[in-house]
Design a binder for this molecule. Structure first.
Ligand SMILES: C[S@@+](CC[C@H](N)C(=O)[O-])C[C@H]1O[C@@H](n2cnc3c(N)ncnc32)[C@H](O)[C@@H]1O
Length: 272
């Protein structure tokens, strides 16, 4: 795992089952968000994994998209998810088995993929690059394992587009700083195309959608976490934190709460 920050929830050293449960709950909730479903469907269609192809899912998480790739490549192909977090890797394996999916999962790192040059027909990498200190190096590694003509789908968040509402204007900069600090590369979304071009790939399609959270299950812990971090870093006072939580709880009750961030997607291919 290349992210050296001990505070990253996705750091593979965070093998505590409670952490894994929290990550899985968050990933499942995000997978149900309409914007994520739309963008994933768009990206899978443009990527066009075909029967018999070799597919790779870098940073597979719970393995949901590895399973989609496994279905697309069929029994003559193979879909492998690379997942360095042992808890997530175990969940991905269990879910694939339960679903009767042939998707396989391996330990590994986006910066040192356990594959020879030119072996993959398609590569998927979703919301991983934001967690890396060398995302361009990871995209170059994906280009290395792609065969000439092979395709790649990158999907990633851009944390500068984060919206939390309603929030008092004087508190907004502090919250924006806290949110950006949760990712090693917070502007990943807007850089996808640049990293692909830098790796010698040709960008074919670009799109974006919004990860708009519901106001309850996932948003409450996220908001509490942001408030606690801002207070802990001395960016807001306890009074401001309490008002933030109260305002957002009231808004949630009225249906006027917003927690959103833009996710970008880019599809590219390796020139022949
Ligand atoms: C936000 S989750 C996304 C999971 C999945 N791709 C999805 O979209 O649901 C980030 C994933 O990146 C993985 N990850 C973090 N650092 C990684 C690295 N250096 N190499 C490969 N995967 C990594 C984490 O373990 C985690 O599964």
């Amino acid at each position: 795992m290349t992210d050296p920050r001990p505070t990253s929830a996705f750091h593979s050293a965070n093998a505590d089952p409670a952490v894994t449960d929290r990550l899985v709950t968050a990933l499942d909730a995000q997978a149900a968000v309409p914007g994520v479903r739309r963008l994933r469907a768009w990206a899978h269609t443009r990527l066009g994994a075909r029967p018999g192809e070799q597919a790779l899912d870098v940073g597979a998480g719970t393995g949901s998209e590895t399973q989609v790739l496994a279905t697309a490549v069929g029994t003559w192909g193979a879909a492998v998810g690379i997942e360095p977090h042992p808890g997530l890797r175990a969940v991905a394996r269990r879910r694939a088995t339960e679903a009767g999916s042939p998707a396989r999962f391996l330990d590994g790192d986006a910066l040192a993929l356990p594959l020879p040059d030119g072996e993959s027909d398609v590569v998927w990498c979703e919301r991983v690059l934001q967690h890396l200190t060398d995302p361009a190096g990871a995209v170059a590694e994906m280009a290395r394992v792609l065969r000439p003509g092979g395709r790649v789908a990158l999907l990633d968040t851009d944390w500068s587009t984060f919206v939390l509402h309603p929030v008092a204007p004087e508190v907004r900069p502090a919250l924006a700083a806290v949110v950006r600090a949760t990712a090693a590369t917070p502007d990943a979304g807007r850089n996808l195309a640049g990293w692909l071009v830098g790796a010698g790939l040709t960008v074919d399609h670009l799109d974006a959608d919004v990860l708009l959270h519901d106001s309850h299950a996932i948003s409450r812990p996220i908001v509490r976490g942001i408030g606690a971090a801002a207070l802990g870093q001395g960016l807001i006072t306890a009074e401001q934190r309490d008002r933030l939580h109260a305002d957002l709880d009231t808004a949630a009750g009225h249906g006027t709460f917003h927690l959103a961030v833009t996710v970008f997607a880019a599809i590219a291919h390796r020139p022949r």
